[in-house]
Design a protein around this ligand. Structure first.
Ligand code: GDP
Length: 443
């Protein structure tokens, strides 16, 4: 993933803070210069970069004389600045369970709209929603066939027509059919064009008036970088865009520019597309994204992934334990098993501090799966007491576990260290009471 490169460059600059004996203005300038270069390479607007540099420098100057950890201060300041750059003040639409949410998708042809409709359908279907797809793209030959094939692959009901040429009529009919059948998320894929033109916008407005969507999702290809700003504004002016999905962030160096440019239009980014498969869709929240980009881990995302992947029956129990700041090796084992079953490895792993940066790039996924499988072998060789944190994992036991699992002492140590790190984060969170607040999200 190209964004991982951006994360690595920013991280490399921040690492210099840890190595320097003193943090002075010259060093901060140098580091900010390197971060600015990395952001420029990702096509982030120079105006946003200037603002980030000014904010971080100001914060450093204000605290320069104080007895604070300057390394941590600069890091936090950079994280906050990047988060502000990617954040929209507007809250994105959240579909309501048990209600019939009509979601209309708009975007230029080739942006990945039809693929993203399917990814979106698949995302909610996996979470247990009753989802359906309507193809109202009568402009592009083969659009209905494509949607039909996609929908069949993910087993989502669909509606469309080979003969009806009026997109408004198809959209309306499809939505009515699925509303009658009490579908909770009805996705309407509309036509795209090669460029913004009046016919496209007129058609979008007519479909909008006919189906009265609860949300309009604008799908945008990230490859044009900061030029996304004008496109996002144009669509926003034409129809009531409530959410944005940025696609193809797996393949373009300009991803950072695209994300910041769209955020600047005050349209919340809800998901990002990171590949051609139907599960290559990741929910987007600026601060989580930045923390994971920099390999800092993200407890919020971790909770979310617990909610996504853990068996509904076990969920309340595990979430209660997380709220209390507890996370045993057995909990980690349950997580790894669920993650392997559902294949949402990247999202879960990147939420763990320190693990994120090593697996964020797609190429590492196979290796990470192997690593998790070896971790599971290690856990399977532990006693029940050890899994529940009640055993004595001394050197002797570690040697036995390594032998029993066919792994090495070093690997057992790595697993124990990762678990320790994770339970510390969970513990700190509960102590600072954040656990309670975050926990409410699961109630
Ligand atoms: P539409 O014309 O906007 O409906 O676009 P399509 O859904 O047909 O997608 C156009 C191309 O982009 C197809 O080859 C998709 O597989 C590809 N695509 C869509 N989303 C992504 C993504 O996030 N990453 C990558 N690499 N390709 C994508």
């Amino acid at each position: 993933m190209v964004l991982a490169e951006l994360g690595k460059s920013i991280n490399a600059a921040l690492q210099k803070l840890n190595k320097a004996p003193v943090v002075d203005e010259a060093l901060v300038d140098q580091i900010l210069g390197e971060i600015a270069m990395a952001l420029l390479k990702a096509d982030v607007n120079a105006k946003f970069i200037k603002k980030l540099r000014e904010d971080v420098k100001m914060e450093f100057k204000l605290c320069q004389e104080e007895n604070v950890n300057h390394q941590k201060l600069i890091q936090k300041s950079v994280v906050d600045g990047l988060t502000r750059m990617l954040e929209s003040d507007r809250k994105p639409f959240q579909p309501k369970k048990g209600k019939q949410n009509v979601i209309m998708f708009v975007g230029l042809q080739g942006s990945g709209k039809t693929t993203t409709c399917t990814k979106y359908a698949y995302y909610y279907q996996k979470k247990g929603w009753k989802v359906a797809l309507v193809c109202a793209d009568t402009f592009r030959a083969g659009a209905f066939d494509q949607l039909k094939q996609n929908a069949t692959k993910v087993r989502v009901p669909f509606y469309g027509s080979y003969t009806e040429a009026d997109p408004v009529q198809i959209a309306q009919e499809g939505v009515n059919v699925f509303k009658k059948e009490a579908f909770e998320i009805i996705i309407v894929d509309t036509s795209g064009r090669h460029k913004q033109e009046n016919d496209l916008f007129e058609e979008m407005k007519q479909v909008e008036a006919a189906v009265k969507p609860d949300d309009i999702v604008f799908v945008m290809d990230s490859s044009i970088g900061q030029a996304c700003f004008d496109q996002a504004l144009a669509f926003k002016k034409a129809v009531n865009v409530g959410s944005v999905i940025i696609t193809k962030l797996d393949g373009h160096a300009k991803g950072g520019g695209a994300l910041s440019a769209v955020a600047a239009t005050e349209s919340p980014i809800v998901f990002i597309g990171e590949g051609e498969h139907f599960d290559d869709l990741e929910s987007f929240e600026a601060s989580s994204f930045v923390r994971r980009l920099l390999g800092l881990g993200d407890i919020n995302k971790l909770f979310q992934s617990v909610k996504d992947v853990v068996n509904m029956r076990d969920q309340p129990q595990l979430i209660q334990k997380l709220k209390e700041g507890k996370f045993s090796i057995r909990d980690l084992q349950t997580q790894f098993n669920s993650v392997l079953k559902l294949g949402s490895l990247n999202q879960f792993m990147s939420a763990i501090p320190g693990m994120g940066s090593s697996v964020l790039s797609k190429g590492n996924e196979k290796e990470s799966i192997k690593r998790i499988q070896r971790f599971l072998c290690i856990m399977n060789s532990m006693t029940s007491e050890e899994l529940d944190g009640e055993g004595n994992l001394n050197f002797c036991r570690i040697v036995r576990i390594a032998k029993g699992s066919g792994t090495s002492i070093e690997e057992v140590h790595i697993l124990l260290d990762e678990h320790k790190k994770l339970s510390k984060v969970v513990g700190n969170l509960a102590k600072t009471n954040l656990g309670g607040k975050r926990g409410n999200e699961f109630d």
